[in-house]
Write a new protein. Structure first.
Ligand code: SAM
Length: 280
């Protein structure tokens, strides 16, 4: 018994199933079930929600989510070695856990989920940012998810919540903060994981806003932000000069001095610039 459920402790599970961690799959496991239950609690009340979990591995967070009362969990795991372990968890929580063996970048989970939907994951470092960007840039808003509770390397977490004027401020901060509330809710040292990674980690909680914080066309905003931060040390009149010959006027009409650098410009001004560039 592990304390949070009737299943065996994770160290025992890993030894029985010979689940040695694979670096190529970004496998740094959380084996402390009190900790995984605490992460699950950061997602809020899940009793009326379906939860999408990416990369359950040996199931530490999965068990946390289920023990904390998630209505249902759909877990997508690429490593086939984890399937027998996850099947044991599914048997202990009848009708509440479904597992898809596959690559989260390829599988469309929507057909298997009923709203409201929360996403929770200790993300594999090699696909974490790509998944986050996909979840933040769907075709329509609001998105299929209500909240994201995600473990990242600390440095990535800081880029998500960064404010203007900081080195971490850039595309990820603007994408995240335009249409969601984002905050760091937990910090974890390398020793919390097996094997320990080189760097610290943090859990970020994002709640989808019903509407974007400021109006802007998503494609235009993405283009402007990407161009501005591709050359973040340049003044905006230089970094954006390929967009239109009258970029200085457009910047001024958005209330931005053409000599400003992207790092200094707040979200609201980027949205104003996207609007100023939207008409010919
Ligand atoms: N959730 C477990 C925990 O907290 O202990 C494992 C987290 S580990 C950081 C990342 C997990 O994602 C691994 O189990 C790995 O096999 C899985 N994974 C890696 N790439 C994946 C992908 N493209 N799609 C789905 N799962 C993937």
């Amino acid at each position: 018994m592990s304390g949070i459920d009737s299943l065996p402790p994770l160290r025992e599970v890993i030894a029985t199933h010979q689940l040695s961690a694979r670096k190529s799959l970004g496998q740094n496991f959380l084996l402390d079930l009190n900790l995984t239950a605490k992460i699950a609690r950061q997602a809020g009340d899940l009793s009326c929600m379906d939860v999408l979990e990416i990369g359950p591995g040996p199931g530490g967070l999965t068990r946390g989510l289920l023990a904390e009362g998630a209505r249902r969990v759909l877990a997508i795991e690429k490593d086939s070695r984890c399937q027998p372990v996850l099947a044991e968890i599914a048997a202990a929580y009848p009708g509440r856990l479904d597992v898809i063996e596959g690559d989260a970048l390829e599988v469309d989970p929507l057909a298997h989920l009923t709203p409201p939907i929360a996403i929770a994951a200790n993300l594999p470092y090699n696909v974490g940012t790509e998944l986050l960007v996909r979840w933040l840039t769907p075709k329509d808003w609001p998105p299929f998810w209500s909240s994201l509770t995600l473990m990242f390397q600390r440095e990535v977490a800081e880029r998500i919540v960064a404010q203007p004027g900081s080195k971490a401020y850039g595309r990820l901060a603007l994408l995240s903060q335009w249409r969601s509330d984002a905050r760091i809710v937990m910090s974890l040292p390398p020793g919390a994981f097996t094997p320990p990674p080189k760097v610290s980690s943090a859990v970020v909680h994002l709640t989808a806003l019903p509407e974007p914080r400021f109006p802007a066309d998503p494609k235009m905003l993405e283009t402007v932000v990407a161009r501005a931060f591709n050359q973040r040390r340049k003044m905006l009149r230089a970094a954006l000069k390929g967009m239109t010959p009258d970029i200085e006027d457009r910047l001024r009409s958005a209330g931005i001095a053409p000599t400003e650098r992207a790092e200094q410009v707040p979200l609201e001004a980027f949205c104003a610039l996207a609007r100023a560039l939207a008409h010919p």
